[in-house]
Design a protein around this ligand. Sequence first.
Ligand code: AMP
Ligand code: MG
Length: 306
Amino acid sequence: MEATDPISAAAALKRGGLVIMPTETVYGLAADARNTQAVMAVFEAKGRPSFNPLIVHVTGIEAARQVAQVDVRAKVLAQRFWPGPLTLVLPLANPNAVSHWVVAGLDTVAVRAPAHPLSRALLEEFGGPVVAPSANRSGRPSPTTFAAAMEETGPSAAAALDGGPCEVGLESTVLALLDKPRLLRPGAITRSQIEAVIGPLAEAEADAKRSPGRMARHYAPELPVRLNVESPEPGEAYLAFGPARHDRLFQLSETRNLPEAAANLFAHLRAADRSGARGIAVAPIPTDGLGEAINDRLKRAAGFVG
Ligand code: AMP
Ligand code: MG
């Protein structure tokens, strides 16, 4: 399929079709959040379990109010970080705000306003809430290029927008604002950036059931993944962080730059997976700032998070 423009893509959404949509985080598979058949088609195309709710994408705070109850904390955070990679889990505005499939039967909804110009143009042209989970098949690494998105779920899409490689390369931060603010998924907006605006976050440990999508093995390549490896074995592909020499070398960031490593992570995991290696070894990545989100995705790729 040829890439198209936001006007034709919005028309496809209105007809109930699915659209490959670039965002600054990763490529999404978009559908009309109010159209149950379209939303079911997203679950089907991804092979996503129906208990894992979807993020609703909107143009901004005003549009968010159509689907969610935006309290003062949400308003302040949205003013600071939207459009951008922060998803807020809030009480649903009303039971019919979006298809019940979107929220997997919960009375809460995850919303965000993406920053990528093409996703913004699509949302504005469409004029309503849009679900857009990552365009990968469930459990596989998220696509951060147009080609990877097309390969994963392109055949299920009625239209596709080519926004080039994603700038951030990791999925959005998911923050629940139900009682105490809790980080459900670390992402590009860091814990400390959020705490600087609304104060300390509560621990999210016992909260797995609140973010039903946080499965252990997720973002996973086919090959086994080893973490915190300083010296890779011969035959392994190596995702390096800092200067390194190795046969199958995939450099996350030679200068040890975390944003650069985040942007390269999923594309390198995909390429390493296909390199003919017998496994994937990954260099230690610092855990501060954006490193929290990178290490979270790596642990899931290795199947370590319970
Ligand atoms: P994805 O769209 O694949 O990036 O995943 C969306 C993430 O947001 C998953 O981890 C979901 O479990 C989480 N999520 C979406 N809606 C809710 C909600 N209402 N409550 C808690 N987590 C949610
Ligand atoms: Mg995903």
